[in-house]
Ligand binder design. Structure first.
Ligand SMILES: [Zn+2]
Length: 133
């Protein structure tokens, strides 16, 4: 069931609310930045995301086709969420499930995970190997 989560970076400068349902699915990806930062995320449509604090503390990082803003806290370095646009131009957020508060281990263990093979720019099929992601 969809609910409103509070989320934050490590130091608490960046705080947000996100309406999502982890039981509806989370995702991991093998692209270079997701791999290096061990990203585990849940998608949130723009109307389900509210930045509560820390806009001035966020730094942006983009690479490659620059479709996604890989935001991070300038004080603690944690990446609480990213922001991008789908192919139709709809803005969306991807929140790090590890940055959501009040999520117990069972909720994370039970959350389905979809794997994206963005290392090969492939959204259609998961990577052949996912256990290391
Ligand atoms: Zn921080």
């Amino acid at each position: 069931m969809k609910r409103t989560y509070n989320g934050s970076c490590h130091c608490g400068a960046v705080r947000f609310e996100a309406d999502t349902d982890l039981a509806e699915g989370t995702f991991r990806c093998n692209c270079s930045i997701c791999f290096k930062s061990r990203a585990w995320m849940a998608a949130v449509p723009a109307n389900g995301f509210r930045l509560l604090a820390g806009e001035a503390d966020l730094r942006d990082y983009q690479f490659g086709p620059k479709r996604i803003h890989h935001l991070f806290c300038s004080a603690c370095g944690v990446r609480p969420f990213s922001q991008g646009q789908d192919p139709k131009g709809n803005k969306f957020y991807a929140v790090r499930v590890n940055c959501l508060e009040g999520v117990d281990a069972k909720e994370l263990v039970d959350a389905p995970i979809k794997y994206f093979d963005m290392r090969h720019d492939n959204m259609k099929t998961p990577p052949a190997e996912t256990r290391h992601l």
